[in-house]
Write a protein that binds this ligand. Structure first.
Ligand SMILES: [Zn+2]
Length: 206
């Protein structure tokens, strides 16, 4: 397994490429901008793009999706349906649904395979109602739910602080340590966050 990372767009969103190098396949997580650079990362990996996975519908996590789908016309794009809308603009803070050929939805407990790797979908509302975390074997993509030393903001129209605390508590109760790949800022790990992250610590006390 290999995980590549690019920071894209004006808010430096982390776009990740999860690769099974033996099977030569990969999945792209949160291509939020800079489609050209993202496409070069995919090409440089030598792996075939199997899917695009979105942690939520905010524009800074999905603005490059349409350009990438144009380059990979058969690639499925997964998101929680709650964070999608028909039409709309980025002001809606929801992902404007693609044509049926490409659009897929995932929900609590679903799994997505990337070669021999498997990601389990956890619905983790709070930053947005349809936010998800993608849980692998010893690693997770936390979107804008859990950050290094912090958590996602909850002051958007469908954000909810009580919800994000519940979501953080759920992550915090995972057994063992996990590498954490957040939607912004540097990667971290769950043991470190359980020790130093005031929001996760507050959540675990509730
Ligand atoms: Zn967001």
């Amino acid at each position: 397994m290999k995980i590549y990372n690019l920071q894209v767009g004006p808010i430096m969103t982390n776009c990740y490429l999860l690769c099974d190098e033996e099977a030569k396949v990969c999945a792209l997580i949160d291509p939020g901008d800079d489609a050209d650079r993202v496409e070069r990362m995919v090409a440089a990996s030598g792996c075939a793009l199997q899917s695009i996975l979105l942690t939520h519908g905010h524009f800074d996590h999905c603005s490059a999706v349409r350009e990438l789908v144009a380059l990979h016309p058969d690639v499925p794009v997964y998101i929680n349906r709650t964070d999608t809308v028909d039409g709309g603009t980025y002001h809606d803070l929801k992902f404007s649904r693609l044509a049926d050929h490409n659009q897929r939805y995932y929900a609590e407990g679903d799994t997505v395979a990337v070669g021999s790797l498997s990601l389990t979908v956890w619905e983790t509302p709070g930053h947005s109602r349809g936010s998800v975390c993608l849980i692998g074997d010893g690693f997770l993509f936390s979107g804008d739910t859990l950050f290094r030393g912090s958590c996602g903001r909850t002051d958007f129209p469908d954000g909810n602080y009580a919800d994000i605390l519940q979501s953080l508590a759920r992550l915090g109760r995972l057994e063992g340590n996990y590498a954490v790949y957040p939607g912004h800022d540097r990667a971290t790990d769950l043991d470190g966050e359980r020790t130093f992250n005031p929001y996760l610590r507050q959540a675990l006390r509730l």
